[in-house]
Write a protein that binds this ligand. Structure first.
Ligand SMILES: [Ca+2]
Ligand SMILES: [Ca+2]
Length: 233
């Protein structure tokens, strides 16, 4: 009698067990390397899954069967899918590593030009303005003297007024990343004649496209200029 009882328990257990099929977790990602904010789709290929829990490795989760996700910062993330049987009696999980990199900038914008040094006399030792300091304005030019941008004039500049800054409230996009741009300084006085003080540069953005700095400094013709840029796409 005792044996029959245990036999019945065993039958019931096997019956119950066989109702609870073992889930097997598996999935694929549309890409395992992505850039920031790029959407990655996940395709669930799990077997006998009744419900799903996705952990994207950045603190976010989903219970969708086939979710998609985008990462807001670079890094390596482990995506974990946990698959549950009915009533979550059994589970299995699978993981995939996703590497997220920052988007490489393809555009550059000028935000600010700062003059930290400039000559106050010409080659003959004469001042730019007979009466007082030079009235300085800047132009962004190229090697062919095409003028792309012109900064407002700062009157009667003296050395104690340095550094002089020009800001672009709307950053100006460099039309080409491989062109040498220059900052030209001119003294614009009346009635004293206008004088070309000199150029500083060149600034060629492609020279900076491995480290993507936001400031670059050049010295030429006694002029030292720092430009501030913004990278974008
Ligand atoms: Ca002058
Ligand atoms: Ca002046």
């Amino acid at each position: 009698m005792k044996n029959v009882f245990f036999f019945l328990i065993a039958i019931v257990s096997i019956g119950f067990y066989s109702c609870q099929k073992e889930p097997t977790a598996s999935f694929t990602a549309s890409k395992t390397t992505a850039t920031v904010n790029e959407t990655i789709s996940f395709t669930n290929s799990s077997l006998e899954g009744h419900s799903f829990k996705w952990e994207f490795g950045d603190g976010t989760t989903s219970t969708e069967e086939n979710p998609s996700h985008a990462y807001v910062s670079s890094g390596t993330y482990i995506v974990k899918l946990t698959v549950y049987s009915k009533k979550e009696k059994k589970s299995d999980d699978a993981t995939v590593n996703i590497t997220v990199t920052d988007l490489v900038p393809t555009k550059c914008y000028l935000k600010k030009v700062t003059i930290t040094a400039m000559p106050f006399t010409d080659g003959s030792g004469a001042g730019w303005d007979t009466y007082n300091g030079p009235d300085v304005f800047i132009e962004i030019t190229d090697a062919n003297n095409v003028v792309y941008q012109t900064g407002t004039t700062v009157s009667d500049v003296t050395s104690s007024m340095l550094p002089l800054t020009w800001n672009w409230s709307t950053p100006w996009q460099f039309p080409s990343l491989t062109t040498n741009y220059y900052v030209d300084l001119t003294d614009y006085d009346t009635p004293d004649p206008n004088d070309y003080i000199g150029w500083c540069g060149p600034f060629k953005m492609s020279d900076y496209m491995t480290t993507f700095p936001t400031t670059m400094t050049k010295t030429a013709n006694g002029i030292t200029i720092t430009i501030e840029v913004q990278w974008g796409n």
